[in-house]
Ligand binder design. Structure first.
Ligand code: BGC
Length: 726
């Protein structure tokens, strides 16, 4: 065949051929040893007395090149918040740190996610990486989750669209992105031995729907199952997830790579659908190495399964151009331009939670501004773990230890103190760490305005214990508030915290983990250079007692580190309690008030909404939004659906859009609604019963602005995609 007509110009190196044709031809040219070399790979850093693998740049994973075939090595790096440098394996190499994914969720802006994804892809490519381990798409079922800053929201639609945008941005740079951690992996404590138990319909309507939508939009080349078990089976060898849902129903064509140290078997895993054992040198056995060769030789695994794994990997690499535009270390990176984009993303995500008496924005009035806490003189906090990025000049402190690695607590070098001093040139701006109340209270009393930076460090490997601000910060806030009426709290908490102190201060900004331009973004919002337009991507509860599972897993009773023997029975967590009613839907179901609802966020301007129209055929909403205030600003239009004849159907976000408007300007917003969110999973279908549906524009998940009720006919769609999701 023409594929091998010339060894110098094989078909698979011809960009005019489709990724399918190329992947098939290249697979056919590979021998078994080559195939096995891409089914099991080590961490690409020194582990114990093993050196970094030869040929590896140094990062999370490495699979060797096949020079005779013209196929480059796979150099895999974390992650969605920027290119990481695990254990400083590439000495001194730094990168742009994006705002955390949760902050991107707060932007409600998939275009922004695409733009920030593009930066990750571009920096990855310029550093020599062709696979980026991004795309965190788990839903926030557990607000105390250690890793929620790497995820987007408690809502499937918002998560699907933001993650999809981010993946598309990464892959536009000839770099494959993963989507992870498939699926329903909300807790870090005990993550390698906790089973997420839930019924199939509820799972498909929630966490799986988020993945499904993100895959449809972003077409990630690879997917990474979580460390956890789902309904009693490890995600990485879960036939339901990997074969039935992913392949049979969605027609997904990319490859399944295990998380690092998350492979548990050979025959079972490979037949369930796992294509690659990642981080193989931290697993207790080389499952996809010699044992897999043996299983093929003895007929327990068909040889065609190796071809399938190769085909999936190669197809994804060809599809993004990773072979035609090979990544090489040493490429040019415009860090200054990327920092500006990181700042813009942070500005789009900061949420103004409270602004009594219009204290914000601060004008040039204050003469003396005191900043307190969270190293606000130096930078902004980052989340910890494999996603942590260290831009040049980061402040590093001892964090925690996990999987034999020490995790640093990192502050990105974007100092709020310097940024505020720059935008308030006439004010004296000072800093106190807030650790000594006797020292800080008199300073606070003397200042015109006090900005308290409150922090909560979250990290991969363990959840935070409780949702209260630690280390006396709640008392710090209320005591300072008693000495000065002009107190602003800036939260750098990576997610929700309890805020029983909230009414003691006039203004609160949620600044998540804000990344390389975080300090500048906070200053821009505080001083009104940008009007806040972020909206909460989660609910802030009044009490942990109101959560579906108020009790947390006790870290002393479980194992959380991958690669460590699990010598005790699996812990089962019942996510069937809330089922698909996560976050705001849960609070609506149990009728409990909250501190701040999902979707909440104030602005420095005001918006009016009119001309609401709903096209029943296409399920598209259009409306006119007018900026009736005095400054430019962006409005997030949130459309929720309710069923008047089924009270058990909690309000659901079915569409959203964001529009930037100058003062006095109007614009038309058109929002397609997601039909699956109006339906339930019944058997092998999505089914929307006929009935009266109400569509409401809401200011947040709880506050209607206007709406319309219409009757819709029955609608049904198979769970199986007619065209593969790629
Ligand atoms: C994390 C993954 C990450 C991998 C490689 C694991 O600990 O769960 O998200 O991609 O390490 O660093």
């Amino acid at each position: 065949m023409d594929s091998h007509s010339s060894s110098r110009h094989p078909l698979w190196l011809n960009p005019a051929r489709t990724p399918d044709e190329r992947a098939r031809a290249a697979t056919a040219a590979m021998d078994e040893a080559q195939k096995l070399s891409w089914m099991s790979g080590p961490m690409a850093i020194p582990v114990g007395c093993e050196a970094k693998p030869e040929g590896a740049i140094g990062s999370a994973g490495y699979f060797p090149a096949m020079p005779a075939l013209g196929i480059p090595a796979q150099q895999q790096s974390d992650a969605s918040l920027g290119i990481g440098n695990l254990e400083n394996v590439r000495p001194g190499d730094t990168a742009t740190a994006l705002p955390s994914s949760l902050m991107l969720g707060a932007s409600f802006d998939p275009d922004l996610a695409r733009e920030t994804g593009r930066i990750v892809g571009a920096e990855g490519h310029a550093k020599g990486f062709n696979v980026v381990l991004g795309g965190g798409a788990n839903l926030l079922r557990e607000p105390r989750g250690g890793r929620i800053f790497e995820y987007v929201s408690e809502d499937p639609l918002l998560t699907g669209r933001i993650v999809g945008g981010s993946i598309a941005g990464i892959q536009s740079q000839h770099v494959v992105s993963t989507i992870k951690h498939y699926a329903i992996n909300p807790e870090e404590t005990g993550r390698v031995m906790v089973s997420s138990d839930i019924g199939e319909a509820a799972l498909r309507e929630s966490d799986l729907l988020a993945f499904e939508m993100a895959i449809e939009i972003g077409k990630p080349g690879a997917i990474m199952p979580g460390y956890n078990l789902v309904n009693g089976e490890w995600a990485s060898e879960n036939r339901f997830l990997l074969s039935e849902v992913l392949r049979r129903d969605w027609g997904y064509q990319g490859w399944v790579m295990s998380d690092w140290g998350a492979t548990h078997s050979t025959v079972k895993a490979v037949l369930a659908g796992l294509d690659v054992q990642s981080g193989a040198n931290i697993d207790p056995a080389p499952y996809f190495g010699a044992p897999l060769a043996e299983a093929v030789a003895t007929g327990r695994v068909p040889a065609a399964r190796l071809d399938q794994s190769m085909y999936r990997q190669l197809r994804s690499l060809f599809a993004v151009g990773a072979v035609d535009y090979p990544a090489m270390p040493g490429g040019a990176i415009d860090y200054a331009a990327h920092k500006r984009i990181a700042q813009r993303a942070a500005e789009g995500g900061i949420v103004l939670l409270r602004n009594e008496g219009a204290l914000l924005p601060l004008g040039q009035g204050p003469q003396h501004i005191l900043l307190v806490g969270a190293h606000a003189d130096q930078g902004v906090l980052s989340g910890g773990g494999s996603s942590c990025v260290t831009p040049e000049g980061s402040l590093k402190m001892d964090g925690a230890s996990f999987a034999g690695l020490s995790l640093e607590k990192v502050y990105h070098p974007s100092s709020p103190l310097k940024a505020i001093a720059a935008v308030a040139p006439r004010a004296v701006v000072t800093y106190d760490d807030g650790r000594d109340l006797d020292r800080v209270l008199p300073l606070a009393a003397k200042a015109d305005t006090v900005i308290i930076f409150a922090e909560l460090w979250r990290s991969e490997g363990e959840d935070v214990q409780g949702l209260s601000l630690p280390d006396g910060q709640e008392a710090l806030i209320t005591r300072i508030a008693a000495h000065n009426p002009r107190v602003i709290v800036v939260l750098e908490t990576g997610g929700p915290v309890l805020m029983l102190w909230r009414e003691s201060v006039p203004a609160i900004l949620h600044a998540f983990y804000a990344g390389s331009g975080g300090g500048e973004a906070i200053a821009a919002l505080l001083f009104g250079h940008v009007s806040p337009s972020g909206r909460l991507p989660f609910t802030i509860p009044l009490s942990e007692e109101d959560l579906p599972r108020s009790a947390q897993i006790d870290p002393q009773t479980v194992v959380s580190n991958p690669g460590q023997p699990v010598d005790r029975p699996v812990v089962h967590r019942d996510y069937g309690i809330e089922g698909a009613d996560i976050g705001y839907r849960w609070f609506s179901r149990i009728k409990r008030p909250v501190a701040y609802p999902f979707g909440h966020g104030l602005s420095y301007t005001r918006f009016a909404h009119s001309d609401f129209a709903l096209d029943r055929k296409t399920l598209t909403v259009s409306l006119c939004v007018t900026n009736t205030g005095r400054v430019p600003g962006a409005e997030v239009v949130q459309i929720y659906a309710l069923r008047e004849d089924e009270p058990a159907f909690q309000p659901r976000l079915v569409g959203f859009g964001k529009i930037m408007l100058k003062a006095g300007a109007s614009g038309l917003v058109t929002v397609p609604l997601e039909p699956r969110l109006l339906a339930r999973v019944e058997g092998a279908s999505w089914r929307r019963p006929s009935g009266t549906y109400r569509f409401e524009i809401r200011r947040d998940a709880l506050t209607p602005i206007l709406g319309e009720s219409i009757s819709l006919p029955e609608w049904e769609q198979s769970l199986r995609h007619e065209t593969p999701v790629d």
